[in-house]
Design a binder for this molecule. Structure first.
Ligand code: XUL
Length: 539
């Protein structure tokens, strides 16, 4: 897509940029002080930078476990994107502040001496040429990599078990989490580790390009490394030592996600016409940036209903668990957010639709309308493929007496699926410390969020109003909002004061008066039945 400028704002009014270095593309959005989007642009890695031969922005190696992206592809994408923005006539001298996000967990290894190169970038050349020799690892491990199983076990053993590690860092050990990836590099390619003077996340790497010097890792994205103590917001000694020697020096000191890290380097002033005073606000992970883009507030829950269902939660009193992740909150330093991923989402809803309502969403919706809240006591678990939350597989149906049954009538099956999915989302959210409070809103997005009856069940199960919003681009937009907020955060202005002019999401469902009673009971019963499923030997 080529750049789009929608501006009607005054020609010299200030602008704020949000970048998103995601898996498949680099995106940018420019907003004005009234939060209107005035420009958007992107660079698709596979099609616009074919020389890197990526598929979906990555290389999947022959072991199927190792998944990497070329760091110079990301650098070249930034050259291309800035050229496009300039070419589209966007006056970059108007940009007061910029921020951005990156796919979480991916790591960039800067070669010894790279900080000197970053300080002296010559505006006649592009970044890709200038930084050719600045990385000790050409192919960066990304979030899709799952080749560090052994290092995860070692880290958990060193920390005193998965529960202790989750308590410290917000998550048990995950293969994609950066500490385990760094440990793997150190063990398998010690020279490359030794040659790295600095290790960045994708987010802080991108901020470093703009700063012309190493950018701090922010608390929120830093929480996706299995290295940060999410309560003290400092690196955990135990984790650092378990992963690799001399690691603290290579990571730098983590900083609040709202920090202004400095101004853009003179390279951007001379080559692209940025103002010398344009601030660079700490970049963060794409999920934290989405939370900002959705303007989630305390007690809110965002549900993305896609191939897999993802939940974002604003959490005040976190209880890290063996499932899900707790991160430091990107917009309010003392608070937290949680992320939960459920693998059996849309594909399972489609299967049940095909088998029970002849492939028709209308009949699926009618089934939800015609069956009562609580489904006459029928309840079901539909894990077509091995679920992440909880780790269970298979379809399990129970009648009102908790007897296993092999089928339910078509209407009851549809309701059992949708209620079961949402009760499970709520149960696991509450286990991570989430609680529904007065004023809680459920923000729904993704494919299934256009189905009103599905959203009615969501509203009933959470006993809260459901709103819909378009999440595509929320990481990018959230980054632009964060750029704007970063300028005033130090003087105590809250993120919500800054973004209050943004368009409101649309109310689509409110809970039925009996919902609280029905689902409070079902939650307890569901938890008990889930426990019994987890105890069973796997088929
Ligand atoms: C989150 C995760 C992914 C990436 C995608 O833990 O691994 O959502 O952030 O960009």
């Amino acid at each position: 897509m080529s750049g789009r400028t929608m501006a009607a704002a005054a020609p010299d009014s200030p602008l704020y940029l949000g970048f998103d270095f995601s898996t498949q593309q680099l995106k940018v959005v420019a907003i004005d002080g009234n939060l209107n989007v005035v420009h958007q642009d992107n660079v698709q890695f596979d099609s616009e930078l074919p020389e890197f031969r990526t598929q979906g922005g990555v290389h999947i190696h022959t072991d199927r476990l190792t998944v990497t992206s070329p760091v110079l592809m990301w650098v070249k994408a930034l050259d291309l994107l800035l050229d496009k923005m300039k070419g589209a006539g966007l006056d970059l001298s108007r940009v007061r502040a910029l921020s951005g996000s990156g796919q979480q967990h991916g790591s960039v290894f800067w070669r010894t001496g790279a900080s000197e190169t970053l300080k002296q970038l010559h505006p006649d050349q592009d970044l890709h040429q200038l930084l050719q020799d600045s990385f000790s690892v050409a192919d960066c491990p990304v979030w899709m990599d799952s080749s560090s199983r052994q290092q995860c076990e070692e880290l958990q053993a060193a920390a005193g078990g998965a529960v202790v590690l989750a308590h410290i860092t917000g998550s048990r050990a995950y293969e994609r989490f950066t500490g385990n990836q760094i440990a793997k590099l150190h063990q398998s390619r010690a020279d490359e580790y030794q040659n790295s003077e600095r290790i960045s996340l994708v987010s802080s790497f991108a901020a470093s390009l703009f700063l012309g010097g190493y950018a701090a890792i922010d608390y929120s994205d830093g929480s996706g490394m299995n290295l940060l103590d999410i309560r003290t917001r400092t690196w955990s000694e135990i984790c650092l030592e378990a992963c690799a020697p001399d690691l603290e020096r290579r990571l730098g000191t983590p900083q609040p996600s709202t920090s202004v890290l400095g101004s853009v380097s003179s390279y951007f002033v001379h080559r692209y016409g940025f103002s010398e005073s344009c601030s660079v606000v700490a970049f963060t992970g794409d999920n934290p940036a989405s939370l900002a883009g959705m303007r989630l507030q305390p007690g809110d829950i965002a549900v993305s209903l896609g191939t897999s269902d993802t939940l974002f939660l604003w959490v005040q009193q976190p209880r890290p668990a063996l499932e899900g992740h707790v991160f430091c909150n990107p917009v309010e330093q003392r608070e937290f957010m949680a992320l939960l991923c459920f693998k059996n989402g849309s594909l399972t809803r489609e299967r049940i639709r095909n088998e029970n309502t002849g492939g028709s969403w209308e009949l699926f919706s009618a089934a939800l309308r015609e069956t009562p809240l609580g489904n006459n006591g029928n309840i079901g678990f539909y894990f077509d493929s091995m679920e992440i939350t909880p780790p269970a597989v298979g379809v399990h149906r129970f009648d009102r007496e908790d007897n296993r049954v092999s089928c339910l009538g078509p209407g009851a099956e549809v309701r059992a699926l949708v209620e079961g999915q949402f009760v499970s989302r709520r149960l696991h959210a509450e286990r991570l410390g989430y609680s529904i409070i007065p004023g809680t809103r459920v923000l729904a997005t993704g494919g299934a969020s256009c189905n009103k009856e599905i959203l009615q069940v969501l509203s009933d199960v959470f006993n809260a109003p459901v709103y819909t919003m378009d999440l595509s681009g929320s990481a990018c937009l959230g980054s632009a909002y964060r750029a704007l907020h970063g300028l005033v955060a130090e003087s105590g202005v809250s993120f919500f004061d800054v973004v209050k002019k943004a368009p409101e999401p649309k109310l689509v469902a409110t809970p039925h008066p009996t919902a609280q009673q029905v689902y409070q009971q079902m939650l307890q019963r569901y938890a008990r039945l889930e426990e019994s499923i987890l105890q069973e030997p796997r088929p």
